[in-house]
Design a protein around this ligand. Structure first.
Ligand code: FE2
Ligand code: FE2
Length: 158
């Protein structure tokens, strides 16, 4: 990300559309906070292919979190003060599935990512995004689809 990539968007948008954008960006930010923490707490120290892929997915979710955090500030909003609660939700799903083994880790991954893809589709459909933001959201949605195929593939191999 370059400094020139940051755009102050609040003045560029019809104030009537701001409320919808705020709600959507908070939803994305929450979703990504949960995702980062699920993967973070699913990773173990075992040098396995699953752990390698979980580290990659955690990193990918961190870039999504960065994307939406930047968007929030660009529009003059701030991340929710309750985000610590979403970190805990991620921890519960992540650590809980880790205790139940590899299959549960993958099944939770598929379930959460499928919910995310649906949520992305809904927010892409219902909000009038500027072109740059829409492109970014579509790219992140494609990443979530990539995670689903990766977990399905690994699930088929164990
Ligand atoms: Fe994500
Ligand atoms: Fe994902």
């Amino acid at each position: 990300m370059l400094a020139d990539d940051v755009c102050l968007r609040r003045e560029l948008i019809d104030p009537l559309k701001l409320k919808k954008i705020k709600k959507a960006l908070h939803a994305f930010h929450t979703l990504e906070t949960i995702a980062v923490n699920i993967y973070k707490f699913q990773i173990t120290k075992v040098p396995s292919e699953l752990n390698r892929q979980l580290i990659a997915a955690m990193c990918n979710e961190m870039t999504h979190l960065q994307d939406f955090q930047v968007k929030l500030y660009e529009y003059g909003f701030k991340p929710s003060i309750f985000r610590i609660a979403y970190c805990i939700v991620g921890f519960v799903f992540g650590f809980g599935s880790r205790l139940l083994g590899q299959k549960t880790i993958l099944k939770i991954g598929i379930w959460v990512e499928s919910k995310a893809v649906k949520h992305y589709a809904e927010l892409l459909r219902n909000v009038e995004w500027d072109q740059q933001s829409r492109k970014m959201i579509e790219k992140d949605q494609a990443d979530e689809n990539g995670h689903i195929s990766r977990w399905r593939n690994l699930l088929g191999r164990i």
